[in-house]
Design a protein around this ligand. Structure first.
Ligand code: IVH
Length: 668
């Protein structure tokens, strides 16, 4: 067997096992054997780069390539479905269809409504060529590189299964419950914000800049709609999807052809309960007229087909007693009301607290202490109070009024125009605000002081050792230990951890000082633009607006931050303690505009510097690193083994290919 033949054979084998495992859920090979085949294929592909192929099973791991998504038009618009919420409305839909078809017999295909994000996949000659998000229905984002990493989506269809030359298939990308829970657990450990539900998690993941991240997060996909010029016009939806399943797709589970309205209603009742055992989130049932000819006859309204409808499940709801409303104060001083209730079982967990969001939401509910309140858990993981059973209200029950003073420090609360939240303005001495700012300062993406955590911060604060972030630099071992000599070792770690922040680059210092609305990325942008804290703290709103990516809200917030004498004093102290208050000499020295206005794609494997280093070099010289080749690309920085598809595209568009050495020449 030639290497080429072996590569092809391994790819086919691995594709078959992928299909058995991820689509059919019936593996026929051990993990060990699967891995061995994969390693062998990886070896061969490294050795014979001329046979590289983006559709090879080895490519499912993704890359760190930074990608900006291109917006592309849909060949057929992606419409949405009309929603119904009751059996009555389903009955009306059924009658409308019956009437529209003039009494002709028809079947309804009933299937799950998946709660993820819709995707449209194009296949030409059995190979996945493009994956596009719904976008506004007319244009969407090209997310092909990320979608390739989803194992249940075939990169190549099963040979000889009779697929058309070209077609589109649409479906839903989902994050299964198990992956979702794992992801949130990891995020909780790293003190990152949690995803509210699997849909947000799937959507955030699919839009990730790095397909390697997508590959790790275990997304899944179910396909539910086939279309294209070669799909027989006299066919049926249900049968089309059965065929698609033979070609290699994972299709909607539990699809059923219903002949009568009663069968449809029975299907709905059955799955309203049974869906809780599915591995992914569903939020309803979709009903579709099965015959494509009849679908065409019924046609479309401006927004949705007349031949289909979505029935949405009711969110699970329980009734329980409201005992008290308490208030939480966050790092920014925002005050959130929280309902404290008698514990009650809801959708698999015990619920006793629920956010009431803000004063308006609370007022709208007209809450009284002791009220029986309805609590729902819909697609969101966090429960919501959605109403009150006023019939059960006790006479003389006390109405809940939003507090006027901060529960933590007693300051009078304020409400800014146009904002829903109340704030505690006492940012200098309100404990949760002070501790929150310190916790932000030490967090991983800011100064990254691993030896400190929320509990130590609380302890030091209680003991009067720290009031602001600058105080961290005055801590010494004796102080931390107090009378407790057992603490020496850990205290030394804290002191060392704090000391080591003197090397943290300026841009992270800008993030760490906690300017409202200035996240990690914005901090980087303004740090690179203004180059030093002295220039930044004197910048005007107009100057800040000149920074690409900075808008009015951020610009005003930065100016306001430095105008506050307390902040100015802390920044002065941090400078005195030796933190980086300007871009480093290397950063400054290296900065030129040699690549200004140029967009550069990085592709292949490099020997002199890493991919990340090249990316940094491009940015230091004023260029922009982009993900995919287009007419706007100035050149491709190509290492060894640049993918053949990329090479072809670059050649077709006349984009220049630059080698590692040539690039290094360019920037000296
Ligand atoms: S069919 C023209 N089938 O629900 C009809 N959609 O508002 C095309 N969805 O955007 C859609 N499960 O993202 C169809 N089994 C299913 C579905 C489904 C979920 C989503 C889809 C669509 C939205 C409808």
């Amino acid at each position: 067997m030639t290497p080429k033949e072996e590569i092809e054979q391994l790819r086919k084998e691995l594709e078959r096992h992928n299909y058995n495992y991820y689509v059919l859920n019936k593996p026929t090979v051990s993990d060990y054997d699967f891995d061995q085949m994969m390693y062998r294929l990886q070896d061969l592909e490294t050795f014979y780069p001329q046979y590289a192929d983006v559709n090879s099973p080895t490519q499912r791991v993704g890359s760190d390539l930074n990608q900006a998504f291109t917006s592309v038009p849909h060949k057929y618009p992606m419409l949405s479905l009309a929603n119904t919420y009751s059996e009555e409305e389903v009955r009306e839909f059924y009658e409308r269809v019956k009437e529209g078809l003039g009494g002709e017999e028809f079947d309804i295909c009933a299937e799950m409504k998946y709660d993820g994000l819709s995707i449209s996949l194009t296949y030409i000659d059995g190979v996945l060529t493009q994956a596009v998000t719904r976008g506004d229905g007319v244009r969407g984002d090209d997310v092909t590189a990320n979608v390739r990493t989803i194992k249940s989506i075939p990169l190549r269809l099963r040979e000889g299964s009779g697929y058309p030359h070209e077609f589109e298939i649409r479906g839903e990308i989902l994050m299964p419950w198990t992956s979702f829970e794992k992801l949130n657990e990891e995020r909780a450990k790293r003190e990152e914000t949690l995803f509210a539900n699997p849909r947000n998690a799937a959507s955030g993941t699919l839009k990730s800049q790095s397909s390697r991240v997508v590959a790790e997060r275990g997304l899944d996909a179910y396909l539910y709609y086939l279309l294209g010029d070669e799909i027989p016009a006299d066919g049926c939806h249900y049968e089309n999807l059965q065929k698609a399943s033979e070609w290699g797709f994972k299709i909607s589970q539990g699809m059923k052809k219903c002949k009568t309205l009663d069968e449809v209603l029975e299907y709905i009742r059955h799955w309203d309960v049974e869906r809780k055992n599915l591995p992914v989130a569903t939020d309803g049932i979709v009903l579709k007229v099965n015959s494509l000819r009849q679908q065409r006859h019924l046609g479309y309204t401006a927004k949705s087909p007349r031949w289909a409808i979505a029935y949405k499940f009711k969110a699970e709801r329980v009734c329980t007693r409201l005992n008290e409303v308490t208030y939480q104060v966050g790092r920014t001083g925002a005050v959130t009301p929280v309902a404290n209730m008698n514990p009650v079982q809801l959708a698999g967990t015990v619920v006793k607290r629920a956010s009431l969001h803000n004063a308006d939401v609370m007022e709208e509910l007209d809450l009284h202490i002791g009220d029986m309140v309805y609590v729902e858990k819909g697609g969101e993981i966090i429960p919501k109070v959605v109403g009150v059973d006023k019939e059960q209200r006790q006479e003389g029950a006390e109405k809940v009024q939003f507090i006027r003073i901060c529960p933590e420090c007693g300051a009078e609360l304020v409400r800014f125009e146009g904002e829903a939240a109340h704030y505690c303005p006492n940012d200098s001495s309100c404990p949760p605000q002070i501790k929150g700012r310190i916790e932000h300062f030490i967090s991983r993406k800011a100064m990254n002081i691993e030896s400190l955590g929320p509990e130590t911060v609380d302890d030091y604060y209680q003991r009067g050792l720290i009031h602001d972030v600058a105080d961290l630099y005055t801590l010494d071992v004796a102080q931390i230990c107090g009378y407790n000599r057992n603490r020496v070792k850990s205290a030394q770690k804290v002191v060392d951890g704090v000391a080591s922040t003197r090397n943290v680059p300026f841009e992270r210092v800008v993030f760490a000082i906690g300017i409202r609305f200035v996240g990690e990325t914005t901090a980087k942008l303004i740090a690179r633009y203004f180059k030093s804290m002295d220039v930044l703290r004197n910048a005007t709103v107009e100057q800040l607006l000149e920074v690409d990516g900075v808008g009015k809200v951020i610009a005003e917030s930065v100016v306001k931050f430095f105008q506050d004498p307390k902040n100015a004093e802390i920044v002065d102290k941090l400078a005195n303690y030796g933190l980086q208050m300007r871009l480093s000499d290397e950063q400054l020295a290296g900065q030129t505009d040699k690549l200004a206005g140029k967009s550069v794609v990085i592709s292949g494997v490099f020997s002199k510097h890493s991919r990340d280093e090249y990316k940094a070099m491009i940015e230091q010289h004023g260029g922009k690193n982009v993900g995919s080749i287009s007419k706007k690309t100035t050149f491709v920085l190509a290492g060894e083994n640049m993918g053949p598809a990329k090479l072809e595209k670059a050649e077709k568009l006349g984009v220049q290919i630059v080698s590692e050495d040539e690039f290094l020449e360019m920037i000296v």
